[in-house]
Design a protein around this ligand. Sequence first.
Ligand SMILES: [Zn+2]
Length: 168
Amino acid sequence: MAENFKEAKQEMSDGHQVVFNFHVHHLAGKLSWQTVKDYDTDCRALPTSWLFEMHLQQVPINGNVSIPVTLKRNDTANRPVNAYVTIGFTDPNCSSFFDDVISFGRRYVKSGEEIQENIVLYIRLPEKRKLFNEDLLVTVAIRIRSCHSGSISNPLSPDKKRKLCSMM
Ligand SMILES: [Zn+2]
């Protein structure tokens, strides 16, 4: 696990969320870098368990980087829930490398299923590429919905997405 790892769990009327972040130093010196994170919602009605996995690599000189991410549901409960992931890639001062944070997810995720996403990003400026490769702050929010309430899915509003990094 990366250094300076922090997390905050929260229960809401319509679900649960965890927000965590970590610094990745010196990606340039690594072939690839993997992070794995467990998340238990601890829901009283329908507790679910999740495994988040992400492979990072340095941004090459052409500025294109692809980042495979998976969120797997690991519990054995027999009811589907809705799951959403939001990820921000910033420098240590929460200044984003990209125009927007990345969000994905879907409804009706069953036990044993996983959500896969290949994030493809482009960093144009050489100084930004250098910073990404040397001192990257990744902030991840995982949201689980429809376990203790029947309400419809409720992903983050665009306004809240932009503030993801500063939620920590
Ligand atoms: Zn719940």
